[in-house]
Write a protein that binds this ligand. Structure first.
Ligand code: XLS
Ligand code: NI
Ligand code: NI
Length: 439
């Protein structure tokens, strides 16, 4: 097969003293951390859209990316070249998984039937390449936000014809995800939200969204698709108010509509921060509620209020993320999907590799620090001690549900001296830093 990234060879682990930009300094795939190889722990995933189809447009200018396929006019030829390049890219970086939207991999045709035909042709090619390169599909999804027909949303549109189209699209996306052995299926509510309540029936839109999810669950059963369904929360962008605002909002929605048995969440770092949370908060909330499904890895910019989808380079955040992942017992069948893109000015093909290397090294280092942190156990010990009052006496009664307001009043009346202890935040932050500096 034609090589596309001709000036890049396989990226190797060279260790922390390496000065080679095209080498891993911390990500050593076969190294054991916490009983498993780094590769198994991290389950790195290539996002098809940012890596192969993104061209670097922004609201002020056209695409800037220089890619081996730039200039190819025939849409199906272009799709095939990108598919080959995708596998070469994963192979050179040693990434085992990929994730895609239906429209990333094959172009739309003149109507739905032709669009599905295009997909079938590319999916067959994809399957062949997956076998040849031994790569796996982490998740599939449907792009129901780019085409103008989705201007008012897809499963929350005001137009029943569009709703039907969206149903047909997800039906097909589920079929191809199953065909390629996808381990999950993601719903990110691209335009599922609203701009103004002056023209919106919020109740009907949310009820319809729930009906849509139930139909997806039913269809998955029918075709025996056993992958995990995931909802990816995001508070805003493209709509002013997205219905899947954050993990807590998604949880309430799933519960209300009896969908909680079927869905987990795919949490994205930049979406968490847009919602006014840390990534760690969102991941921890999902973990303690048993719905941590998968992760979209990136980082935003503190000074910008939108989804900049940058490659993650912040070691502090990476450590706290991996700390949660360990506490979750790992992330499988989810993974760490790089929903990240190179900056518009980083337009050379080589920048794609450099972006992934930066991200993979950061997460690898975060994994190692988090593992040491858990082994050290200072944080766990501190938290355990902090809540000690709930393991004996009145606290134990509270936790065991053996008390009531009258008994609490009696206790409080007899207890004339309440003492609190310091939360020691600064000390704990210093301990965390010490682990980061020393690892
Ligand atoms: C956009 C989302 C999108 C999903 C997949 O903000 O992150 O890329 O991950 O539809
Ligand atoms: Ni995402
Ligand atoms: Ni995003």
């Amino acid at each position: 097969m034609t090589e596309h990234f001709t000036n890049i060879s396989k990226i190797k682990y060279e260790g922390k003293d390496s000065k080679n930009p095209l080498a891993f300094k911390y990500y050593n795939p076969e190294e054991i951390v916490g009983g498993k190889t780094m590769k198994e722990q991290l389950r790195f995933t290539m996002s098809y859209w940012h890596t192969l189809t993104g061209e670097g447009q922004d609201p002020f200018g056209v695409g800037t990316m220089e890619r081996p396929w730039t200039g190819e006019k025939d849409a199906m030829k272009l799709a095939k070249i990108r598919m080959e390049a995708a596998f070469e890219f994963m192979d050179k970086l040693g990434i085992d998984y990929f994730a895609f939207h239906d429209r990333d991999i094959a172009p739309e045709g003149k109507d739905l039937a032709e669009t599905n035909k295009n997909l079938d042709e590319i999916v067959a090619y994809c399957k062949e390449l997956m076998e040849r390169y031994n790569k796996k599909l982490l998740w599939g999804t449907a792009n129901m936000f780019s085409n103008p027909r989705f201007v008012h949303g897809a499963a929350t549109t005001c137009n029943a014809d569009v709703y039907a189209y969206a149903g047909a699209q997800v039906k097909k996306a589920l079929e191809i995800t199953k065909e390629l052995g996808g381990e999950n299926y993601v719903f990110w509510g691209g335009r599922e939200g609203y701009e103004t309540l002056l023209n919106t029936d919020m109740k009907l839109e949310q009820d319809n969204l729930a009906r849509f999810f139930h139909m997806a669950v039913d269809y998955a059963k029918k075709i025996d698709f056993t992958g995990q369904f995931l909802i990816e929360p995001k508070p805003k962008e493209p709509t002013k108010h997205q219905y899947d605002f954050d993990v807590a909002t998604v949880m309430a929605f799933l519960k209300k509509y009896d969908l909680d048995k079927y869905f987990k969440v795919n949490i994205e770092a930049n979406h968490a921060t847009l919602a006014g949370h840390t990534f760690q908060h969102e991941v921890a909330l999902a973990r303690i509620n048993g719905i941590l499904g998968s992760l979209d890895i990136n980082q935003g910019d503190m000074l910008l209020g939108w989804d900049t989808d940058q490659f993650p380079t912040n070691i502090y955040d990476a450590t706290l993320l991996m700390y949660e992942v360990f506490k979750n017992g790992g992330i499988a069948p989810g993974g760490l999907n790089f929903d990240a893109k190179v900056r518009r000015a980083s337009f050379e093909a080589e920048d794609l590799f450099l972006g992934y290397i930066a991200g993979m090294d950061t997460l690898a280092k975060g994994l190692k620090v988090a593992h040491k942190l858990l082994q050290g156990g200072e944080l766990e010990k501190f938290v355990e001690d902090r809540y000690k009052s709930f393991t004996e006496g009145i606290g134990k009664d509270i936790v065991e549900g053996k008390t009531n307001f009258e008994a609490l009043e009696q206790y409080a009346l007899n207890n004339s001296c309440i003492k609190n202890k310091s939360g020691r935040q600064e000390m704990l932050e210093a301990i965390l830093n010490q682990y980061i500096f020393n690892e």
